[in-house]
Design a protein around this ligand. Structure first.
Ligand SMILES: NC(=O)c1ccc[n+]([C@@H]2O[C@H](COP(=O)([O-])OP(=O)(O)OC[C@H]3O[C@@H](n4cnc5c(N)ncnc54)[C@H](OP(=O)(O)O)[C@@H]3O)[C@@H](O)[C@H]2O)c1
Length: 268
């Protein structure tokens, strides 16, 4: 595929690294920032530009990897430079397909992507939503590109992207908070901060790896470590008495609602 990145920051570089490792693509990146262009020069076989080049018209996919605040002006600039059939892949949070088509002043195959920060290490998961103008070819291209930095899942209503944001977009922060809380609890129980931190982080990593195995449900895994009357049962009982599951649902709902507000142009 011939893929051009508009914006060559953290997310673009993660995708470029993943794509170079996973296939034979012709890749270019456009970024006005000299620092970003210097970082991009680290990739061999990547064409780097400060402004959109004329050959943008021949790209199969243009990945919009800029901050949402500059996306409208980027789309104004790109509209005459790209073919109406070129697939656009946007990773910009909170920017709807209608808003992108309004900036382009036409319909275009667009895939909205909501990746998360573990994508920077290749352990991401991306929620994808395709505009009505997308066919199987555009969907496959989007899966291939975002699949270069982790797993992908499709949603069938655009609003569900806000739920994806609430779960996996914001989700890493919930797990970091859990790690912090477990570390602090460990210190309260008399462990050194270093020991408590190692125990909390490695336990999160191990539990994630166990849960990621396709053959076992998380509830089954939990039951396997929760002997009746045992230590884990005592800990889980305290979490449930504190309304843990309800709290997580409220957190996800709050994040989803905030995503909707921001997408509607609410206060940032
Ligand atoms: N990083 C993540 O894990 C993550 C997760 C989910 C979603 N996203 C989304 O991915 C997008 C990019 O995030 P990021 O972390 O990669 O941001 P970033 O590191 O700031 O990269 C964006 C790059 O775009 C450049 N840029 C600004 N205006 C441009 C223009 N007109 N044409 C081309 N490039 C331009 C910026 O240059 P300047 O610095 O000079 O402005 C910067 O180098 C954002 O919309 C973000 O919401 C990122």
């Amino acid at each position: 595929m011939n893929i051009t990145f508009i914006g060559g920051g953290n997310m673009a570089r993660a995708l470029i690294g993943g794509l170079q490792a996973s296939g034979d693509h012709q890749l270019s990146a456009v970024d006005p920032s000299p620092e970003a262009r210097t970082a991009l020069q680290a990739f061999s076989d990547l064409k780097v530009y400060s402004n959109p080049p004329p050959e943008l018209a021949h790209s199969d996919v243009v990945v919009l990897a800029v901050k949402p605040q500059v996306l409208t002006s980027v789309l104004h600039e790109l509209a005459p430079a790209i073919a109406p059939k070129t697939c656009l892949l946007s990773v910009a949070a909170g920017f709807s397909i209608a808003a992108m088509e309004s900036a382009l002043q036409r319909s275009q195959p667009i895939v909205r992507c909501m990746p998360n920060t573990p994508a920077l290490l290749g352990y991401g998961i991306t929620g994808l939503f395709a505009s009505a103008a997308c066919g199987p070819q555009e969907r496959t291209a989007a899966e291939q590109i975002m699949g270069a930095v982790g797993a992908t899942v499709w949603v069938h209503e655009e609003d569900e992207i806000n739920a994806v944001t609430a779960l996996s977009g914001s989700g890493p922060a919930y797990f970091y908070l859990m790690i912090e809380a477990l570390r602090d609890a460990g210190e309260q129980l008399g462990l050194t901060r270093e020991t408590a931190t190692s125990l909390a982080i490695q336990t999160a990593r191990g539990a994630g790896a166990m849960a990621a195995r396709a053959d076992t449900d998380p509830a089954t895994l939990r039951a396997q470590v929760t002997s009746p009357g045992g230590t884990t049962a005592a800990g889980i009982k305290a979490l449930e008495a504190g309304g843990f599951q309800d709290l997580i649902e409220r957190a996800a709902r709050a994040a989803r609602d905030r995503g909707r507000e921001l997408a509607a142009g609410g206060e940032a």
